[in-house]
Write a protein that binds this ligand. Sequence first.
Ligand SMILES: *Cc1c(COP(=O)(O)O)cnc(C)c1O
Length: 386
Amino acid sequence: MSQERQHKTGFETRAIHAGYDPDPTTGAVIPPIYATSTYKQDGVGGLRGGYEYSRSANPTRTALEGALAALEEGERGFAFASGLAAEDTLVRALCRPGDHVVIPDDAYGGTFRLFDKVEQAWGLAHSPAPVDDVDAVRAAIRPGQTKLVWLETPTNPLLNIGDIEALAGVAHDAGALLVVDNTFASPYLQQPLTLGVDVVVHSTTKYVGGHSDVVGGALVVRDLEVADKVGFHQNAMGAVPGPFDSFLTHRGIKTLGVRMDRHCDNAEKVVDFLTSHPAVGTVIYPGLESHPGHEVAQRQMKRFGGMISFRCTGGEDAALKVCERAEVFTLGESLGGVESLIEHPGRMTHASVAGTDLEVPADLVRLSVGIETADDLIADLANALG
Ligand SMILES: *Cc1c(COP(=O)(O)O)cnc(C)c1O
């Protein structure tokens, strides 16, 4: 399908067709895994199709990058070896030592660690601010010094919601760019670039890949000048995915829409169950009217996603027991795969923020609701909660 035609198609059509046309020589419907590091040149400097070395570009990765750009309705997509590699590359592309960024005060633990331990040592300052408080984000900006406002929405693991359009205005008024980590929502549920955001970040390890079989990251940008800087740094820093990882991630993308709908259906049923259970305190899900970000989420998201957090009335011990007793829900880090996962953020994904302002409650349990039979998920939780 021509690029022009693709832009007019719906999300699921783009997910399946964008980035690749059947191979002209063989007719292969799916992009081959181009396991090659280099390419024969037709005379010195005479490149076929622009490929010279696979750090710079590889056809399997090109197909994935085209699909990523189309899903987020961006100008260009870039694939990386992990979400954190994407983040680091973006920071080096757009910031310099002495600059400052505003980050969520409940950022993904690895993102916080990257800014706190790695970028800070390079000379980049950061300030945490709550994403659901526009005035607090504005107040955290240092005029002239802040280059990026970094947003996650929903956040991990507390599922706070940031108002993307409002925060884009706040960042742009201060001459900064707004970056949205769209990992939790996925491009099926939320397309930040269409709401004024400059760069979208993904850990494609999660919903985009969707099968817990590959680690990867992505950046999608809407401005060609930013694209040039990111493209230069992608090649210069070299944190790129190999062709097999690119293939797996691209394969996952094709079913993103149907998977996300099932994740949402199941999450809604699990939320219904949890809200009436006596061993469960607060249930945190943006789809609940009681969630403080519900209205904003309704405005900027198609549905509310597959992530749920809840607090146990029995405290930390009870939370640990639920995690250990669950069987259909696998005890494990990560999220966004077809299988349901359960974890204790305080001791697992967010252990690195213990003792800081970003510490999460000890009685908190996080669920990544998969696409299994909903009744089995509910029965498993009923059993684990005792
Ligand atoms: C997992 C995750 C990351 C980091 O991605 P990796 O692929 O693990 O490097 C960043 N942001 C969010 C929201 C995540 O869940």
